[in-house]
Design a protein around this ligand. Structure first.
Ligand SMILES: Nc1ncnc2c1ncn2[C@@H]1O[C@H](COP(=O)(O)OP(=O)(O)OP(=O)(O)O)[C@@H](O)[C@H]1O
Ligand SMILES: [Mg+2]
Length: 253
């Protein structure tokens, strides 16, 4: 298997007396969707925030390309190739789809574009924005005001904004939340396409999507990793079966 782009070792986050993420070790590889599931409050979004630099860890390490990224800002980590989407959408509703993508391209890549002159930078940013919208299946909506998009298209726009920063790692926190079946299907297809040249961590509750996409599956409960492995390994794990017994639909596709 390829070297992990992103790896955590013993990652822990405390909020006062609460251990939201407890001793989590996992790794992300290009070509893989690593799905993280777990009940509400399990620590999934907090884990994402630790990987993206939105929150500092209490202890443990996050390694990006073998380098400890502790203490770097979320902007620095973004420029190193880690893109994320948020559980709640984070787009600029009064702006057009293209403007949103352009802002993302511009805000996250000033250093990468330093070699260009002003006019060339302008073109390079536009090209990044267009290509991101194309990849996310939103090119035909480029001139629409973001507020007028359907909920599913707004989530696609958020992925496009992420792609405009040219990430190698994608951290997707419940991108299917609030979507209907048709929109969900489109998003699953999009994530499946992005897998070939990204390392993806996907947090998801929709079990159809989880099993459609997961190359690896990690189950978190109370901040801890209960089980990690192939979807088959996790599904047949006695610990997982016990935790979910009579509960969510984890064991049924
Ligand atoms: N900034 C914060 N300050 C204090 N406690 C927090 C903070 N962020 C999260 N928590 C707590 O940490 C725990 C884990 O929350 P987190 O949002 O990571 O869970 P989650 O697995 O993403 O849940 P959900 O499925 O509902 O999105 C919860 O008990 C939550 O209340
Ligand atoms: Mg969450």
């Amino acid at each position: 298997m390829s070297e992990a782009i992103l790896r955590t070792e013993g990652l822990t986050k405390r909020f006062g007396g609460l251990v939201a993420v407890s001793d989590v070790s996992l790794d992300l590889h290009v070509g893989e969707v690593h799905v993280v599931i777990g009940p509400n409050g399990a620590g999934k979004s907090t884990l994402t925030n630790l990987l993206s630099g939105d929150l500092p860890a209490t202890s443990g390490r996050v390694m990006l390309d073998g380098r400890d990224i502790a203490g770097l800002s979320s902007d620095q980590i973004s420029r190193m190739g880690v893109g994320r989407s948020y559980q709640k959408t984070n787009i600029f509703l009064p702006f057009t789809v293209f403007e949103n993508a352009r802002l993302a391209a511009q805000s996250r890549t000033p250093y990468a574009l330093r070699v260009f002159s002003g006019a060339e930078q302008y073109e390079a940013i536009n090209a990044l924005a267009s290509s991101a919208l194309e990849s996310a299946g939103l090119a035909h909506r480029a001139q629409r005001v973001a507020a007028t998009l359907s909920h599913g298209e707004q989530r696609q726009l958020e992925i496009a904004m992420c792609l405009a920063t040219q990430p190698r790692v994608l951290l997707l926190d419940e991108p299917l939340a609030g979507m209907g079946p048709h929109e969900s299907q489109r998003m699953v297809e999009l994530i499946g396409k992005l897998r070939s040249d990204h390392a993806i961590m996907l947090i998801e509750h929709d079990m159809d999507a989880v099993f459609a996409l997961a190359n690896r599956l990690t189950v978190m409960v109370n901040g801890e990793v209960l089980e990690t492995g192939s979807p088959e390994q996790v599904r047949s794990s006695p610990a997982v079966q016990a935790a979910y017994l009579g509960g969510e639909e984890l064991l049924h596709e």
